[in-house]
Design a protein around this ligand. Structure first.
Ligand code: AMP
Length: 220
């Protein structure tokens, strides 16, 4: 089963992805985490994408497509994937579809989290993440058990460089210009499921889980 989590930055994709991953035993593939890992490793690829990320711009399609597709298309694995942050442009979605079709698969369900722009800045600027395991917290909505420390590995939490108020505006601009048209694309492919991302975290998880369950039932 291939699921895509879709929505603006700060919609809660990362948090919900962790929960869905555990419930449905999916492999969570976050394109942002992959890029941050490349950057942390100091690789040439990491250096190439760093400037785009810090400025809140999308990295070029040809780079991200190569990075993500190499991880998703493992013919015969039979594994379920939860894509988070990819695709983010029409060419990315089309390349993903082509690659999946060639491997006899397809995107089964796109879970779209709707959150208005007005709530996004507050959500993102209160966000903290673990540089080691990638777990995302929020000062108000999802605080760690001990302030400033990751629940899972004790690492000191950090604010992402692109989670500042200025960069968030740029990320929102990129979202509306390049990513939101994908909703139409997936609606036309009859795989779009929408959820109100402003509800509390548990309610959103319940709704998303229902959508996934109904998909599993309808495809068996
Ligand atoms: P995220 O953690 O998903 O918010 O991604 C952080 C940053 O990584 C984005 O602001 C982009 O610069 C880059 N990025 C992640 N995924 C993609 C993608 N699918 N296409 C282009 N850029 C991406």
């Amino acid at each position: 089963m291939i699921l895509v989590l879709f929505g603006p930055p700060g919609a809660g994709k990362g948090t919900q992805a962790e929960r869905l991953r555990d419930t449905f035993r999916l492999e969570h593939l976050s394109s942002g985490d992959m890029l941050r890992a490349e950057r942390a490793s100091g690789s040439e690829l990491g250096q190439r994408v760093s400037g785009f990320m810090d400025a809140g711009q999308l990295v070029p399609d040809e780079i991200i497509i190569e990075v993500v597709l190499a991880r998703v298309i493992k013919p015969g694995s039979g594994m379920g994937y939860l894509l988070d942050g990819f695709p983010r442009t029409l060419p990315q979605a089309q390349r993903l579809d082509e690659a999946l079709a060639a491997a006899g698969s397809r995107v089964d369900l796109v879970l779209s989290l709707a959150v208005p722009d007005g709530l996004i800045v507050d959500r993102i600027t209160g966000r903290l993440s673990c540089p080691r395991c990638g777990t995302v917290y929020h000062l108000k909505n999802k605080p760690p058990l001990q302030a400033g420390v990751c629940d899972h590995d004790g690492e000191t939490l950090i604010q992402r460089k692109d989670d500042t108020a200025e960069v968030v505006q740029q990320r929102l601009t990129a979202y509306h210009a390049q990513t939101s048209p994908l909703e139409e694309y997936y609606r036309n492919h009859d795989v779009l499921g929408g959820v109100d991302g402003t509800a509390d975290i548990d309610a959103v998880t319940r709704e998303l889980s229902e959508l996934v369950r109904s998909k599993v039932v309808s495809s068996t």
